[in-house]
Design a protein around this ligand. Structure first.
Ligand code: NAD
Ligand code: DAU
Length: 350
């Protein structure tokens, strides 16, 4: 099985490559990634150096929105493409949506077109629960729910999903779409809530919580997501959409308090900041289809997964520090400056 994984230097893609090659001795992966601020070859360095994986893993730097680069890599011949490549951070999409449209929409179409021309046998689009928008209390969205994205990020992912569906309907192209909830675990870039909270708390810095902190997310340990992708890749029906939910609905405040408890840090670090514009209140997915058709169940409870995650970040403080240097610091400061007085307070602590 020869796979093209796009965006494999990011959080979920790198976890997926490690998982898949560990599970399938006959699999080989080409990781095609632009290496944006979120792409980090360090995420796979130790793994790629191991003799048992060296011959089955290769990195190619490239942009999914560049038709020539995509045609060249696809021309190597693959059994399947798994498209993780994306701009992924909602807050950044509120500041500048252009890179989101380019990578998430044009990039997906560019990949679809190259794969279609080469009659590729399978295309897995890694999508998100954000395409459904906010779920009212008591509702968990099924795959046939309307798409109602709130942020430019979510809209770009919804557009990509629609393009995938158009290729299925128009050309009979063998693609399927996976919509997952919020992932957490090792190697997540520390702009996202969980690694950001851990990193700030370890340095006794304020923990920015948007609005009233009562927005709900459905958390899934990244390895459970990777296993669902593997199942869908091997056994999923083309033309179908599968939701992948963690069934660990928590408010952001609950998540932050859990992390503080595990880290032994005081709740006084919690700092409420201005809310994210258009902030979806609640995400919740119904994953019955995935469970029934593909026999998938999450293996990690939130309590166990989050403990493991805290241990991982504690033991990878160098990785965390490198992620939080340079351009990241500039982004972070600019971003939180717009969120009231937090920055001044952080400088006071520095
Ligand atoms: P990430 O931001 O950690 O990584 C994204 C990767 O894509 C990076 O390695 C980056 O360099 C690469 N990339 C960006 N633009 C590219 C381009 N033009 N060409 C090639 N590579 C490019 O993201 P993640 O959290 O690992 O998310 C991976 C996928 O999963 C995304 O499609 C995202 O929408 C989806 N998803 C994420 C979550 C989550 O909780 N993180 C949940 C559901 C779905
Ligand atoms: O739901 C799946 C999505 O999860 C993915 O599609 C996205 O790519 C991924 O980034 C993630 O989006 P979120 O916006 O939910 O993740 P984030 O970690 O940015 O925020 C999680 C929640 O925490 C959200 O309600 C906003 C809040 N938050 C976030 C940050 C960064 C805070 O309160 N403070 C923060 O500093």
């Amino acid at each position: 099985m020869k796979l093209l994984v796009t965006g494999g230097a990011g959080f979920i893609g790198s976890n997926f490559i490690r998982y898949l090659l560990g599970e399938h001795a006959d699999a080989a992966v080409v990781n095609f990634d632009k290496l944006t601020y979120a792409g980090n070859l360090e995420n796979l360095a130790a793994f790629a150096a191991r003799p048992e994986f060296r011959s089955r893993y290769r990195f190619v730097r490239g942009d999914v929105a560049d038709p020539e680069a995509v045609a060249a890599v696809c021309g190597e011949g693959f059994d399947a493409v798994i498209n993780f490549a994306a701009e992924t951070h909602v807050d950044r999409s509120l500041e500048d949506a252009a890179p989101f449209l380019r990578t998430n929409v044009v990039g997906t179409q560019t990949l679809l077109e190259a794969a279609r021309r080469l009659s590729m046998q399978r295309f897995v689009q890694v999508s998100t629960d954000e395409v459904y928008g906010s779920a009212p209390d008591g509702v968990a969205f099924r795959e046939d729910a309307l798409l109602h994205p709130s942020s430019p990020y979510a809209a770009s992912k919804a557009a990509a999903d629609l393009l995938v569906e158009s290729y299925v309907r128009t050309y009979g192209f063998p693609a399927l779409i996976l919509r997952c909830s919020n992932n957490y675990g090792p190697y997540q870039f520390p702009e996202k809530l969980i690694p950001l909270t851990i990193a700030n708390a370890l340095e006794d810095k304020p923990l920015p919580v948007y609005g009233d902190g009562l927005n709900v997310r459905d958390w899934i340990y990244v390895e459970d997501h990777c296993r669902a992708i593997q199942r869908a890749l091997l056994q999923g029906r083309v033309g179908e959409v599968y939701n992948i939910g963690g069934v660990a609905l928590r408010t952001n405040l609950e998540v932050v308090r859990t992390l503080l408890g595990l880290l032994g840090k005081p709740e006084s670090l919690i700092t409420f900041v201005e809310d994210r514009p258009g902030h979806d209140r609640r995400y919740a997915l119904d994953s019955t289809k995935l469970r029934q058709e593909l026999g998938w169940l999450p293996c990690h409870s939130f309590e166990e997964g989050i403990e493991q995650t805290v241990r991982w970040y504690r033991s990878h403080s160098d990785w965390l520090a490198r992620c939080r240097s340079g351009a990241y610091r500039d982004y972070y400061e600019r971003h939180y400056q717009q969120r009231g007085e937090l920055l001044a307070r952080m400088r006071g602590k520095a």
